[in-house]
Design a protein around this ligand. Structure first.
Ligand code: B1M
Length: 214
């Protein structure tokens, strides 16, 4: 039963069938399948199939976009199950996909899981210029700046953002966490980030760790 529903989600996502993704994701929730299982082995697994087909030139940008929209619809059904917190957040995270990069699925998952872990989230969306992160750091109540990048060509915008924070005298005021498919610990170290997370679950652990370091 679990396997069938998760396969239905994957297959609907692969076909860009938004209604199907919504229907099967709802069915998975109703069947009591763990939310993290639905996310990892249904939605993310389906997106991986699309990613592989895109790489092999079997599908193209329009199909990927349609599947991405179906993915968002599925994720929005899961979000309420993650976010069950009290009134007082444990810290504030400003998150965004860096300048030049329009990929937001992974960033949205990280954002959703952080919300679920009771962080207050300000999501700047995609294509976020360094100055916007700097302006957020100036305001004062931000604990962590979290940047996502999916393109090797946009990774450097993370370095630019950290340098812009340094040049504005704000680097010590906030912690910086980076992630996304092309990012590695080595890269994170080389640009002076405080933390790197390979996936959304690790991002939550790392964010908690950063808060405890003060
Ligand atoms: Co694009 N794309 N794309 N794309 N796309 C990739 C990334 C690519 C790997 C595909 C490929 O060629 N195999 C490739 C990048 C190659 C490279 O640079 N190394 C690529 C390319 C080339 C492009 C274009 C240049 C294509 C073109 O126009 N010719 C173009 C660029 C546009 C731009 O950004 N300027 C482009 C466009 C698009 C779409 C718009 C069509 C669409 C994005 C839609 C959207 O996001 N709303 C899209 C998609 C969907 C993909 C793939 C297929 C899927 C990405 C995804 O959502 N994965 C991707 C191929 C692939 O990844 N296999 C591909 C699922 C998601 C859950 O994973 O985002 O990795 P991910 O997030 C994970 C972790 O990385 C981590 O946690 C997440 C969940 O656990 N994580 C963090 C992410 N951010 C984090 C931040 C953290 C911590 C962890 O802390 C702050």
């Amino acid at each position: 039963m679990r396997e069938k529903i998760l396969n239905d989600i994957k297959s609907a996502l692969e076909k860009g069938n938004r209604e199907g993704v919504v229907k099967h994701t709802k069915a998975a929730v109703d069947a009591g399948i763990e939310i993290r299982d639905i996310l990892n082995n249904g939605l993310i697994a389906g997106m991986e199939i699309i990613g592989n087909k895109f790489k092999a030139n079997e599908v193209f940008i329009p199909e990927v976009l349609i599947s991405a929209k179906a993915m968002h619809a599925g994720m929005s059904l899961l979000e309420p199950h993650y976010v069950k917190c009290g009134i007082k957040p444990i810290g504030k995270v400003v998150i965004g996909t860096v300048k030049g990069d329009l990929h937001d699925i992974g960033k949205n998952i990280v954002s959703m899981m952080l919300k679920g872990a009771c962080f207050a989230i300000e999501d700047f969306g995609i294509d976020v210029p360094p100055q916007k992160f700097v302006d957020a750091a100036k305001v004062g109540d931000v604990d962590i700046i979290a940047m996502s990048a999916l393109l090797t060509t946009s990774m450097n915008a993370m370095r630019e953002t950290i340098n812009a924070l340094k040049n504005s005298g704000l680097r010590d005021k906030v912690k910086v966490m980076v992630g996304g498919a092309p990012i590695t610990q080595e890269f994170a170290d080389s640009i002076g980030a405080d933390s790197y997370a390979r996936d959304a679950a690790v991002a939550v652990d790392k964010a908690r760790e950063l808060l405890s370091k003060g």
